[in-house]
Write a protein of this length. Structure first.
Length: 396
């Protein structure tokens, strides 16, 4: 659960100091583990690093001026990150950079190490160690089971506090209703009910301003104050687009989770789909510029975030379907042919003449749970469909 913070100038400087100390401790831990080689003694763990932190705080006054809770929690987070790396679930922890990774975490008992309270209908406060009470925008109650929170600053200069609480899932109606969701570029999400939903993007004037700022940034001198201001202005526009996409995903994922008992989506390998086509020096890629534009459109459509939020809001009620041929198969008769899809938006079956929006037809196939059989034909779960005859192999 994330809330917008509104720190005073002095509080903002104290928060930045916490971020600096947490990043400094994290980077020291990364450096210690990077020196490790096979055959050497094991790199120091959390207990040894915590002892070293205590000695460093005695020697350096600027480090002792910070919060020991924040600094030790950075070491705990690093130890957990290394544990996740060795278990094979996450990548190896890397360096944190100023201006990019601005944040720290506070863990402890509510009422002792930290506290949060409501002041008015839209205003609240959170207690941060060695900073005090910081105002926040109260958009919803903070559950009592929250045991930690993370304060972060994005590139647009906005401060947020996120409480580590898992929200309750959305309950379905219990009527056995099924819905299919087709994700695309021209239409971000198409439902089997016929709804076509698109992610809101920047307006024309905002796009023009973003291009002007990017051109000015290319001419700005590195390290200058002008370049810093331009980067902040660009980050604010990009943050506005990200906020709109997240808001759209939240609203789009809530309706299927509350109105349907089973949600079927395509099992898309998004990471493979957005790989660069640049190639290498010896084997350069083709249509690199077009593929780059497609990758940006896929990221902007929020495919992965939509599927993730559906799984989080409706756990156990989201089913992934093989996307093969769902856009070429007629939902009415089951005829599968590439010619059925006349264009991006028009679907016209060559067998029965059924006409529908191409994305809506694909969403209906996804809702039916189409799966590819061993012979490469489509067959919904629950009955066979008419399809083109398959060649029969005979011996001899």
């Amino acid at each position: 659960m994330r809330f917008r913070l509104a720190p005073m100038p002095a509080q903002e400087q104290a928060l930045l100091n916490h971020c600096t100390h947490a990043r400094y401790v994290w980077n020291l831990a990364v450096e210690q583990h990077q020196h490790w080689r096979s055959g050497r003694a094991s790199a120091p763990g959390y207990a040894e690093q915590s002892r070293q932190l205590t000695e460093a705080r005695k020697e350096f006054a600027w480090l002792a001026a910070g919060s020991q809770t924040v600094q030790q929690q950075a070491l705990r987070d690093f130890a957990q990150a290394m544990s996740n790396f060795f278990s094979g679930t996450h990548r190896r922890p890397t360096w944190r950079k100023a201006g990019v990774h601005e944040g720290f975490r506070v863990v402890g008992q509510r009422g002792r190490q930290w506290e949060v309270r409501r002041l008015s209908r839209k205003t609240g406060e959170v207690w941060v160690p060695k900073v005090g009470w910081i105002r926040l925008r109260w958009s919803r109650p903070v559950p009592a089971e929250a045991k930690s929170f993370r304060v972060s600053r994005d590139r647009a200069g906005r401060w947020h506090v996120a409480f580590a609480v898992i929200p309750p899932p959305v309950n379905g109606p219990g009527a056995g209703e099924i819905i299919g969701v087709d994700r695309g570029v021209a239409v971000s999400a198409t439902l089997s009910t016929g709804e076509r939903l698109s992610v809101p993007v920047l307006r024309g004037t905002e796009v023009d301003r973003l291009l002007r700022l990017q051109r000015r940034l290319a001419r700005a001198k590195r390290g200058s104050n002008r370049r810093t201001k331009l980067k902040t202005a660009i980050a604010r526009l990009n943050a506005r687009q990200v906020d709109r996409r997240k808001d759209w995903v939240e609203k789009t994922s809530t309706r299927p989770a509350s109105d349907f008992d089973l949600i079927r989506v395509e099992d898309l390998k998004i990471k493979n789909m957005v790989r660069s086509a640049r190639g290498t020096l010896t084997a350069p890629g083709t249509n690199v510029r077009a593929k780059t534009g497609l990758n940006r459109s896929i990221h902007a459509a929020g495919w992965g975030l939509l599927a993730t939020r559906l799984e989080q809001k409706a756990p156990g009620r989201v089913e992934k379907v093989n996307p093969a041929y769902t856009s070429q198969t007629c939902h009415a008769c089951g005829h599968c042919a590439a010619e059925n899809r006349e264009s991006q938006a028009v679907f016209r079956c060559r067998a029965c003449g059924h006409v529908d929006h191409a994305d809506v037809n694909a969403a209906k196939n996804i809702a039916a749970g189409c799966a590819v059989t061993a012979r490469g034909a489509l067959q919904p779960r629950g009955g066979a469909v008419n399809r083109e005859p398959q060649p029969v192999l005979t011996s001899g």
